[in-house]
Design a protein around this ligand. Structure first.
Ligand code: ADP
Ligand code: MG
Length: 377
């Protein structure tokens, strides 16, 4: 096992609420631990206020946690107990923010060269080397040949790539990105997402990415840490997080899920029979279930297929289509089964007309079961 590029252990940070009472404090980070392997892009994903930026700022050295330890490579850069607190410029990292402050009075080249120019004269690299580096990184972000253009004359997407170039020019051990795409419009955000991934991969720069946008996190990340109220609820690959959420919060936060309370009726081999308020269902995707146990059943809309009731085979449930939305590549339906609304998604060629009855088929291997108490820890 290689040494992680970043290790975060037992980080806590409480902000005072300004009431003078300690118990009113906000637990912005509440015992957060994770590590990031060289070349990985790890995303901190969660709703606004869950502690993503505070965690990132603590890694950057812009915030001092109350307890815990942070190491970059084999260097401890923060340790509450021993009082180790390296400054932001001693940590070998670069940061890109949502408000990517480019310098409007400088051209593109000077914006990128700036971090190399501001170091003390004796540590500064020779002029030619600076030029070569800046030009190389501008080519990487596809701004090659635009060096002499005033920075303000770039489009939004180009300005974001400029900010990225400026962060990369120092060849950081760690690249920290805090919602870097949220100021861009939807279309540009999607193309920049792919662009960012290409650049990060090609340079192999270890990165921590903060976002509240699950689509962005799924598209970009090697692994995702889903956060809620200052805690990591689940950490895993995008596929693990999406297909095997370990708690209700993650199941609800990532994509759309149908979550139904259920009781385990029987367990036979790898198949569990469960009863829910809308009827029985089987699952092959579970672990450690006992008969009589209360659980939550999680089913993704795309794993429920609709067909007309006169078709062959025994359906799981019969319901009634109450709404449908054509999305081009798919159709989203709301189907009520025994008064409970389920979200279903089908291919664009299938059709369930509003107010008609449909049978719902659900593959047991796509029915995910969680222990009812929900919490993953
Ligand atoms: P996120 O980036 O996930 O939206 P933050 O890390 O910015 O969340 O904030 C986490 C919590 O800490 C929030 O409740 C926020 O209001 C609080 N917080 C952050 N910074 C400060 C601060 N400087 N003073 C007081 N409370 C803060
Ligand atoms: Mg934030």
């Amino acid at each position: 096992m290689t040494t992680p590029m970043l290790t975060v252990e037992g980080l806590r940070k409480t902000f005072s609420a300004g009431t003078g009472r300690a118990e009113d404090g906000v637990h912005a980070i509440d015992d957060v631990s994770f590590d990031v392997q060289p070349g990985e892009l790890l995303t901190l994903l969660g709703p606004s206020g869950c502690g993503k930026s505070t965690t990132l700022r603590a890694i950057a050295g812009l915030e001092h946690p109350d307890s815990g330890r942070i190491s970059i490579g084999d260097r401890t850069v923060f340790h509450a107990d021993s009082g180790t607190r390296l400054g932001p410029d001693e940590r070998g990292l670069s940061m890109v923010f949502q408000s990517y402050a480019i310098w409007p009075h400088m051209n593109v080249f000077d914006n990128v060269a700036f971090p190399l120019q501001v170091v003390p004269r004796r540590q500064r690299r020779p002029r030619q080397e600076i030029r070569d580096r800046v030009e190389r990184v501008l080519r990487t972000v596809e701004l090659g040949g635009l060096g002499s253009r005033p920075a303000t004359k770039l489009s939004g997407g180009q300005q974001q790539r400029l900010a990225l170039a400026r962060a990369l020019v120092t060849d950081p051990d760690l690249l920290l990105l805090d919602e870097p795409l949220s100021n861009l419009d939807a279309k540009l955000r999607e193309s920049m997402r792919l662009e960012l991934k290409r650049i990060q991969r090609s340079l192999g720069v270890t990165s921590i990415y903060v976002t509240h946008d699950q689509g962005e996190a799924l598209a970009l990340s090697s692994r995702i840490a889903v956060m809620d109220k200052g805690r990591i609820m689940q950490l895993g690959t995008p596929r693990e997080i999406y297909e095997a959420p370990t708690c209700e919060f993650v199941a609800q936060f990532i994509g759309t899920s149908n979550v139904l309370p259920a009781t385990v009726g029987a367990v036979e081999g790898d198949l569990a029979e469960l009863s829910t308020e809308v009827g029985p269902i089987s699952s092959r995707s579970w672990s450690d279930l006992t008969v009589g146990q209360d659980v939550l059943v999680i089913i993704r809309p795309e794993d429920i297929s609709l067909r007309s009731p006169d078709g062959e085979g025994a359906a799981h449930w019969r319901g009634k289509v109450v709404a449908g939305a054509y999305l081009g590549e798919a159709i989203d339906y709301v189907v009520t089964v025994d008064g409970r609304e389920l979200r279903c998604r089908s291919g664009p060629s299938e059709s369930g007309r509003i107010d008609t009855e449909v049978d719902l088929d659900i593959d047991p291997s796509r029915v995910h079961v969680l222990r009812s108490e929900g919490a993953s820890r």
